[in-house]
Design a protein around this ligand. Structure first.
Ligand code: ADP
Ligand code: MG
Length: 382
C-alpha cells in the first residue's frame, strides 16, 4: 500500500455513475440450502458507484460511509483478505477475481455512496461486490452475463471474504427486474421474473436494528438438522438419493420421530409450497393471498424453524394486526435484521407510528422503516 496523498487526484478522464441495489427476500426463507425456491426483489435503497479513470496505474477505493480509503498499484492487487483493508476487501476481492479471470486492470478511482444500511440483512455486501464487478466489466467494454457475474461475486464472498453465503443475494442484485420478483431455484439457477405490482400498497422494510449475533451458530445448526431430516426420509425410502428435503410431502414428514427434526422439515416443505402459491398469487395480482402467505411464513419460521426472536416477532406480529396491513414476516436468516410488511399506501403514516411505538415499548429499540419498490438490479444511472 502507498501513502494516501494522491487519493482523489485530478488525473481523471471519464466519469460514469452506476447503482448496485440492495435486496429483500419476499418469501422462501431457509430453504435455499434444501433445494427450494426463493423470491427476492431488488430495492430502491442501494450503493452508487462512481468510476474515474486515472492516468497513473493506481487503484483508489473510497466510500462516503467509511473513513478507510485505500490506494494500491494495479500491478500489485492484494491477493487475499486483509483485516487492515476493512470494507475495501469486498471490492478488492472482486478486482482480484476479475484479474484472475483475465481482465486487464488499469488505474482508476472508485467511490461509493450508499443509503443502504450495512449489516442489516439487505445485502449491502452483495451490492458492493456486484456493483464493482459490473463497473469494471462495463468500463472494459466486456459483455456482461449477469448470472455469471453473480456466481463470481458469490465466490468472492465465500472464498476471499470467508462468508459461506448462498447464491441468492448476489443473484438478486445482478438479475432482479423493476416491478418484478425473482423466483429463483438456488441449485439450478433457473429463474423467472414474476410481476410484483402493488398498486395501492407498498412494501415496507422494518429494520429491527438488532445485531444478528446468534446467526452463525443457528444457521449451521439448522442446516445440520435439515440434513438429518433428509437422511431419515431417504433411509425410509420416502425420498431417493439426490432428492432434496423440499421434495418430500407433508405426509412423509410424520415418520420423523424426533419432534425438533420433524418441525424443521415441516418448515422446509411448507415454505416451498408457500413460495409456489405466492408466485401464483402474484401472477394473478392477488395481494390478499400473498399477504396471508407472508403471515404463514413468519409463523413457520417462528414456531417450526425457530429463527425469529422477540424483535422480529414484535415487528411482524404487530404489523399483521394493524389495519391496512395485508401481511408481514421476518426476512433473511433471522434473529435480527429486517422484517417486511405489505401496507396500504394511505395507512403508512399511522402504521409506522403504531409499529414504532409498540416496538420501542417491547424491545427498547428504535426500528427504522423504509418504503421500498421493486427495482432493477445493478445498472448504469447516467
Ligand atoms: P449485509 O450484506 O447484510 O449488509 P454484511 O455483513 O454481509 O451485511 O456486509 C456488510 C459489509 O459490507 C460492511 O461491513 C462493509 O464492509 C461492506 N459494505 C457494504 N456497503 C458498503 C459501502 N457503501 N461502503 C463500503 N463498504 C460497504
Ligand atoms: Mg451480506
Amino acid at each position: 500500500m502507498m501513502s494516501l496523498d494522491n487519493i482523489k487526484s485530478d488525473n481523471i478522464e471519464s466519469d460514469t455513475h452506476y447503482f448496485g441495489s440492495g435486496r429483500v427476500n419476499l418469501i422462501g426463507e431457509h430453504i435455499d440450502y434444501n433445494g427450494g425456491l426463493v423470491m427476492p426483489i431488488a430495492i430502491n435503497l442501494g450503493i452508487k458507484g462512481q468510476y474515474k479513470e486515472r492516468k497513473d496505474n493506481n487503484i483508489c477505493l473510497y466510500s462516503s460511509s467509511h473513513q478507510k480509503q485505500i490506494i494500491f498499484s494495479a500491478d500489485n492487487i492484494p491477493s487475499q483478505y486483509d483485516p487492515e483493508n476493512d470494507w475495501c476487501n469486498y471490492p478488492i476481492g472482486v478486482i482480484h477475481a476479475l484479474y484472475n479471470d483475465g481482465l486487464k486492470i488499469n488505474g482508476f478511482d472508485l467511490s461509493f455512496d450508499s443509503n443502504l444500511p450495512e449489516g442489516s440483512g439487505l445485502s449491502s455486501s452483495a451490492a458492493i461486490e456486484v456493483l464493482t464487478a459490473y463497473i469494471l466489466l462495463h468500463q472494459a467494454g466486456n459483455p456482461i452475463h449477469l448470472p455469471a457475474l453473480a456466481v463470481l461475486c458469490q465466490k468472492v464472498e465465500n472464498e476471499f471474504i470467508g462468508v459461506k453465503c448462498g447464491i441468492m443475494d448476489q443473484f438478486a442484485v445482478a438479475n432482479c427486474k423493476k416491478d418484478h420478483a425473482l423466483l429463483l431455484n438456488c441449485n439450478t439457477l433457473k429463474y423467472e421474473h414474476v410481476p410484483f405490482e402493488l398498486d395501492d400498497y407498498s412494501l415496507l422494510v422494518m429494520n429491527s436494528k438488532k445485531p444478528r449475533s446468534l446467526i452463525k451458530s443457528a444457521y449451521n445448526e439448522r442446516k445440520a438438522e435439515s440434513e438429518e431430516a433428509l437422511r431419515i426420509l431417504i433411509e425410509a425410502r420416502k425420498l431417493n438419493q439426490g432428492q432434496y428435503l423440499v421434495d418430500a410431502d407433508m405426509a412423509d414428514i410424520s415418520i420423523i420421530t424426533d419432534p425438533t427434526i420433524r418441525k424443521r422439515a415441516r418448515h422446509v416443505v411448507s415454505e416451498n409450497i408457500r413460495v409456489r402459491h405466492a408466485a401464483t398469487a402474484l401472477r394473478m395480482g392477488d395481494l390478499h393471498t400473498f399477504g396471508r402467505l407472508m403471515n404463514a411464513s413468519h409463523q413457520s419460521l417462528k414456531e417450526d424453524y425457530e429463527v425469529s426472536g422477540l424483535e422480529l416477532d414484535t415487528l411482524a406480529e404487530t404489523a399483521q394486526n394493524i389495519i391496512g396491513c395485508l401481511g408481514a414476516r421476518m426476512t433473511g436468516a433471522g434473529f435480527g435484521g429486517c422484517a417486511i410488511a405489505l401496507v396500504q399506501k394511505k395507512s403508512i403514516e399511522s402504521f409506522s407510528k403504531i409499529l414504532s411505538h409498540r416496538y420501542l415499548t417491547v424491545t427498547g429499540l428504535n426500528c427504522e422503516i423504509y418504503e421500498c419498490q421493486a427495482e432493477d438490479g445493478v445498472r448504469i444511472i447516467n
